[in-house]
Write a new protein. Structure first.
Length: 179
């Protein structure tokens, strides 16, 4: 097997770390432009995609199970995409919430697939990187303030709140009482 087919521990950690850094850089660009999907969302999606690529390299191909396993991975990825889409909420005022949660659900599915494939080095490395990425939440607001960038509409007090947009609920309540 070549190193591409069977990456060692250092290669796994390097590839996953590179994916997280690339995702962070792309997310930084989006963050600085005031877009709702920022640092953590991009890092999680990039990390999950790298984990899926590494997991597919780790799958045994010579025992006639590669194709069915590949189809299982494709089905899980697609299904989780729909589940993640259900977590994302856009309020009437344009507030978008749940993007990081949707990305976390997607990367959790990738972790589940890697666990099913028995790819423990990648599972442990990815889990550690996810915790590091999620710790960046406290850096997003100070970074925007230091660079003078307006917060994206997804922030109504929290960076990735769950649930309905409270401002919209108040507006609907006032509108309902007016009728």
């Amino acid at each position: 097997m070549t190193p591409v087919d069977d990456p060692n521990l250092l290669q796994v950690v390097l590839r996953l770390s590179a994916a997280a850094v690339v995702g962070l850089l792309l997310g930084l660009n989006r963050e600085l432009k005031g877009k709702p999907a920022g640092l953590r969302t991009h890092a999680l999606v990039s990390l999950g995609a790298a984990l899926l690529a590494l997991t597919s390299l780790h799958m045994p191909m010579g025992q006639n199970i590669g194709d069915p396993l590949s189809r299982v991975m494709q089905g899980v990825i697609t299904g989780i995409g729909f589940l993640g889409a259900g977590v994302i909420i856009q309020g009437r005022s344009g507030n978008v919430k749940g993007l990081t949660t949707a990305a976390m659900v997607w990367v959790a599915a990738a972790l589940g697939l890697a666990c099913g494939a028995g790819y423990w080095v990648a599972v442990i490395s990815t889990t550690i990187l996810i915790f590091l990425v999620m710790m960046l939440e406290g850096l997003e607001k100070p970074l925007r303030q230091a660079l003078g960038v307006k917060a994206p509409p997804s922030e109504g007090g929290e960076s990735d709140g769950e649930g309905p947009d409270e401002g919209d609920a108040k507006a609907r309540g006032a509108r309902d009482r007016a009728f």
